[in-house]
Structure formats: structure tokens, C-alpha cells
Ligand binder design. Structure first.
Ligand code: NAP
Length: 446
């Protein structure tokens, strides 16, 4: 579409663009705007205006849908017998806006206290949730977090508010204290924040408290208008429901870093890891994954690459393969900084390896030696065997860091495939694309 030599589109091609974006990014919904402008410039017919949705998209999406459904071409098309009637689906009892209240069974630190990272194993009870909470290995869990009470108090102190003020949110009136705790994102600065507070961003990655520190008193309704709604966080589920009926497990690294003289805390990761007491309740819902599941054919080999918290879905996969009695070979590539401090699920993984469920186990400890050993180092050291597994029909999955690890692992895979095929990178890319189209190459990266 964007190519300079893209041919014109017929005016009979009707379109309307609904963009899903996030106002905390500078180029809010730029992709949707570009596509909308391009379709128009190429001669297609816009039947309803572009709508740019923010994270909290329900109202904007509903308005866009109404406008599209009311447009003349849509009404005409829907009236023709060829257009199949939309399937009516029963809405699940629990979803993003109607979460199930799960209770925390336990939270145990997986990484050693001397590790640079605090990674927790979280177990939640889904008892009483019924079939609508049925999940499969590979699905994610949406979690509604609660903001840190110290941060809420710091905001009230900085603005000179008590928390007893009433503010009006989309969902209706609420006490400011409650709104700041559970309804509003009290960290992220968006363009709306700067506009409403009439301030400039003091530094990159500045948070709301950094702005309020110099602002002085703020009225409650202004504060509420400056903050966007709190959003749920999605975590890859790290348990198989067959191994843990009625429970769901997560593997969560606590986000903690210092910036501008203040420790910043990840909202959900520290709520789960440090603030929610055993028995405490938490709103959750299951976010189904389209294809990121263990192979349906239990005889097929499976290669899993998941350093750091990327291990999460693969613990679920291995529990699932074990519970199903799957005979296919399994190969796990895991790693982190130090073997002694960061070997998450060590006992379970070692037992799987000793017992034969894990045919191969490749562990990459990046800071134990003089040279960095990464998962792709071990992939390349085992290139011939990795390629042989692929030729035998293996599925290969990656989970974890999107920006660095996943692209470096993919580059290594392309080299391994090119070597195996004795061909160039283009041929390797075609091979990998074919695996992807068969859902045998999949990534859950964040
Ligand atoms: P992680 O930061 O991915 O670290 C796990 C292991 O991967 C470490 O041994 C790390 O080594 C290694 N690693 C670093 N760069 C790599 C690369 N290019 N290729 C392969 N391995 C690499 O795992 P985590 O601490 O569990 O963090 C996962 C989460 O943190 C994800 O959400 C991730 O997106 C996020 N994260 C992102 C960044 C980033 O800059 N994009 C940085 C940290 C964390 P070394 O640390 O010794 O290099």
C-alpha cells in the first residue's frame, strides 16, 4: 500500500480504519492515520471516519462500529443474501471488563536473594470460576493490579488533596483515593496529562509524580482528567491446567529501577510480588492465544527458547506434555545471568531432564564466564542437531525479551537453517516463513 508504485484502488473499495494505539507514545496511532490517508489517496472510498482508540478502547470502538454498520455500503452489503449473518457468540462470563476475583495462594521467590533480579512464582486459585476460566498451556492471564499505596499517598500529598474528594470517571463517580488506587494509571505521562496540567515533560521517562513535585496544589477533577485509566497487564501462564486443576501460575519479574532520585516500581509485578497478601483477591481473566500452544500432535519434537521470564509458557508446555504422556522429544534453551542465582524452576527442570521428558537441556549463563553465553550461542553450537529436529517436524517457539533476544535468536536460526540447507539467507528465510505459516515457528515476545 505504501509503495510509491502502488496502483490506484477502485472507488468501489470501501474502507474505514479503526486504530488501536496508546496516547503515551509520541506517534499516537500514526500507523492507522497513514493507512487511512493512503487508502483515500489511492482512490478507495472512506465510509466512516478514522477512529484512533486509546488503551481504553471500548467506547471509541463501539462508536466506530456503529458508524461503519450504518454506512450505506455496509447496509447494502449486509442486505444481500450472499453476506452471511454474523455468528452470535455467547460472551464469556469473565473478560477484561468483567474479571474473575482470584485469590493468591502463594508467592515464592524463584531467583536467589543475591540475584540482581527478583523473579516470583505466583499461584492463584480459580476455584469457583467454572468453565469460563478454562485455559490452555500457552494462554496469557490478564491481571488488574492495584497501585502502590505509598505512591497514591505521595500524589495526594503533592497535590494537597485528601483522597475524600469525589471525581467523575467513565464508570461513574468515585472517591479520589479509590480512583487513584484501582482505576487510574498514576505513573504514565501522556500528552493529555501535559495539556491538562499545563506543564512540559521535565525529562524523558518522567512519571506523574515527577510532574506533580513542582506543580503545587491541583484540584481533584483536574488530577483525574490528567490521568489515563489503569490497564490490566498480561502475563504468559506458566502452568498446565492438567497439572494444577483450579489454579493458574505466573512467573513474574519484579520491575524496580532508580531514576531521578526515586525508585520506580512496576505496578502489577510489585502488587503481585510484594503487596498482595496470601488470600488476597485480584481481578483476572484468560486471554486466549491463537496458536502459541504445544503441538497438537504429541509425537512431534518441540524446541523451546525462553531465557529469563521467557521460561513461563515453557514450564506450562512441559507440564502439559508430561500430563498428556506426549512422546515427542523436547529441547529447552534457558538461561539468565548466573546459574547459582537465576536458575528458575531448577528442581523441576533438572527432574524433567533426568527423567527424560526433556531430551535436551541447554543452559546459557551470560555472566558466569569471561564471555557472554546466550541461548543463541548454544543453538549455534548445536546447529546440526537443531536443524535435524526441524527436518523431523519440530516446532520451535521463542518467548521473552522482544527487542534484543528474539531478533538475535531469529538471526541465529536463519544461519543454522542456511547451513543445514547449504543455501543462502533468502532460502533460510523462506524455510522459516514456511514453518511460521504452519504455526511451527512462533514467538511470544514482549
Ligand atoms: P532478560 O533481560 O531477557 O535476560 C535473560 C538472559 O538473556 C540474560 O542472561 C541476558 O544476559 C540474556 N540476554 C541479553 N541480551 C540478549 C540477547 N540479545 N540475546 C539473547 N540473550 C540475551 O530476562 P528477564 O530479566 O527475565 O527480563 C525479561 C523482561 O525484561 C522482558 O519483559 C524484557 O522485555 C525486559 N527487558 C528488556 C530489556 C531491553 O532493553 N529490551 C532489558 C531488560 C529486560 P545479560 O543480561 O547478561 O546480557
Amino acid at each position: 500500500l505504501m509503495a510509491e508504485d502502488c496502483p490506484p484502488l477502485p472507488a468501489t473499495l470501501n474502507f474505514s480504519v479503526c486504530g488501536l494505539g496508546d496516547t503515551s507514545y509520541a506517534d499516537f496511532n500514526q500507523c492507522a492515520a497513514n493507512i487511512d490517508a493512503r487508502l483515500d489517496a489511492l482512490g478507495a472510498t472512506r465510509v466512516a471516519d478514522l477512529v484512533k482508540c486509546d488503551l481504553d478502547y471500548d467506547d471509541e470502538f463501539a462508536a466506530w462500529k456503529t458508524a461503519v454498520f450504518a454506512s450505506e455500503p455496509f447496509v447494502t452489503a449486509a442486505a444481500t443474501p450472499a453476506a452471511p449473518a454474523p455468528q452470535s457468540e455467547t460472551a464469556p462470563a469473565f473478560d477484561k471488563n468483567h474479571p474473575f476475583m482470584a485469590s493468591l495462594l502463594s508467592c515464592d521467590r524463584l531467583s536467589d536473594p543475591n540475584s540482581a533480579k527478583c523473579v516470583n512464582h505466583i499461584e492463584l486459585s480459580l476455584a469457583g470460576g467454572g468453565a469460563d476460566l478454562d485455559y490452555a498451556a500457552g494462554d496469557a492471564l490478564g491481571v488488574w493490579p492495584t497501585n502502590c499505596p505509598d505512591d497514591v499517598q505521595a500524589i495526594l500529598t503533592a497535590t494537597g488533596l485528601t483522597g475524600r474528594e469525589t471525581v467523575t470517571l467513565k464508570s461513574g463517580p468515585a472517591r479520589l483515593q479509590a480512583a487513584l488506587s484501582t482505576k487510574l494509571d498514576i505513573a504514565t505521562v501522556t500528552p493529555t496529562t501535559l495539556e491538562v496540567l499545563e506543564m512540559d515533560r521535565p525529562f524523558e521517562d518522567a512519571q506523574i509524580l515527577d510532574l506533580l513535585a513542582t506543580k503545587g496544589p491541583v484540584e481533584a477533577h483536574i488530577l483525574a482528567a490528567a490521568l489515563r485509566p489503569l490497564q490490566p497487564r498480561l502475563y504468559s501462564i506458566s502452568s498446565s491446567p492438567k497439572a494444577h486443576p483450579g489454579e493458574v501460575h505466573l512467573t513474574v519479574g519484579e520491575v524496580l529501577y532508580d531514576l531521578a532520585d526515586r525508585t520506580r516500581k512496576g505496578v502489577a509485578s510489585t502488587h503481585l510480588g510484594a503487596r498482595l497478601p496470601a488470600g488476597g483477591m485480584l481481578g483476572v481473566y484468560v486471554q486466549k492465544s491463537a496458536h502459541f500452544h504445544p503441538p497438537a500432535d504429541d509425537t512431534k519434537p518441540l524446541i523451546m527458547i525462553g531465557p529469563g521470564t521467557g521460561i513461563a509458557p515453557f514450564r506450562a508446555f512441559l507440564e502439559e506434555r508430561e500430563a498428556r504422556g506426549a512422546t515427542g522429544k523436547n529441547w529447552l534453551f534457558f538461561g539468565d545471568q548466573h546459574a547459582a542465582l537465576d536458575y528458575l524452576y531448577r528442581d523441576q527442570i533438572d527432574a524433567w531432564h533426568a527423567g527424560g521428558l526433556l531430551t535436551n537441556l541447554s543452559l546459557a549463563w551470560s555472566r558466569d564466564g569471561t564471555e557472554k553465553i546466550y541461548v543463541q550461542t548454544l543453538l549455534e553450537q548445536n546447529a546440526a542437531e537443531v536443524f535435524a529436529w526441524l527436518q523431523e517436524g519440530a516446532a520451535i517457539y521463542i518467548c521473552g525479551d522482544a527487542t534484543r533476544m528474539a531478533s538475535d535468536v531469529e538471526a541465529a536460526l536463519l544461519r543454522i537453517i542456511a547451513q543445514g540447507l547449504d543455501a543462502d539467507t533468502a532460502a533460510a528465510q523462506t524455510y522459516l516463513d514456511t514453518l511460521a505459516s504452519q504455526h511451527r515457528y512462533q514467538r511470544d515476545v514482549y
